[in-house]
Design a protein around this ligand. Sequence first.
Ligand SMILES: [Zn+2]
Length: 389
Amino acid sequence: MSDHKVLAGARVVLPTGIIENGRVIVDGARIAGSAPEDAPVLDLTGHWLVPGFVDMHNHGGGGASFTSGTVEDVLKGVHTHRLHGTTTVVASFVTGEMDFLTARAGLLSELAEQGEIAGLHFEGPFISPCRKGAHDETLLRDPHPAEVLKLIDAARGQAKMVTLATELPGGLDSVRLLAEHGVIAAIGHTDASYEQTVEAIDAGATVATHLYNAMPGLGHRAPGPIAALLEDERITVELINDGTHLHPAALELAFHHAGPERVALITDAMDAAGFGDGRYMLGPLEVEVKDSVARLVEGGSIAGSTLTLDRAFKRAATVDGLPVESVVQAISANPARLLGVYDRVGSLEPGKDADMVVLDAAFDVKGVMRKGEWIVAPQGVPTRVPQNA
Ligand SMILES: [Zn+2]
């Protein structure tokens, strides 16, 4: 018996553009090039069919923290984001003690080996006390290459990204070390000048951690990191499109200047994503979530988001008015490329994992498929099984 399914009738977003009334064929866990005649057909007329979302910066969800939760908690957080269309997620850690972070890296590297998460991101501790955001200042340290190496070694090949303030002592050497090890050096939580940022990019940094947030603003005499990061072709800028972290004009400026091929939409989500208002812990710091905005109890800094990527998508396509192809690039293809997994995910092409999201005309999630299995099965969508099946 064949294990084919045909998803037909949707507006399908491919790397080459939008196909009206398109067909995507699934064979087991993969996208296939053709199907036997008796394969069941799911009629998705009136819907969009887009690649599963790829979130390269995410601290948790569903009430669970990637930094501190048990393995079960982490899986619960991963599942919460899958329900919102994120079929590939990197687990991000906030600043902690070095011993704590190396132990967490060891534990979660197993989940990465099993394919549940797409690797690990250390957002601290090598960040600037001047731009610490919701990180515990007492645990911050300069990015000594030997310590950076200790963290990535603990992740047993699953470290994907380290965010660092590259202007700190040891910063540029650490960037070089990360680049040599194939780990993304991300500039963020930084107080660097324009010139210092250019140096870090020349040393091998390739990502801007949540551009605009936790870095000096754009000034006309001191353009700071934002100008350097936006103008350089080698940099992809992360954006948190929740309507709180960024003014729509700041998002538009980044998309316009960097172009859709150099933007990655991320959530920077914390435990409350997909869960609700209340009190939470972000690493060792207490956070109050009110009206879906997370702030530190002490000081009131924005503390991650409660965003899920389906909301970021919808906002980008509606409020921000971006072309759907550009949104798909920024939410699936670009992060997949950066993470080195574009051969398996990030676009709807034969041979890749059957990871996709069904959206209605208003860009609300109606279905989520991961590796050929429905995580969210589309309701009220007619299935047609050919007579001779
Ligand atoms: Zn973060």
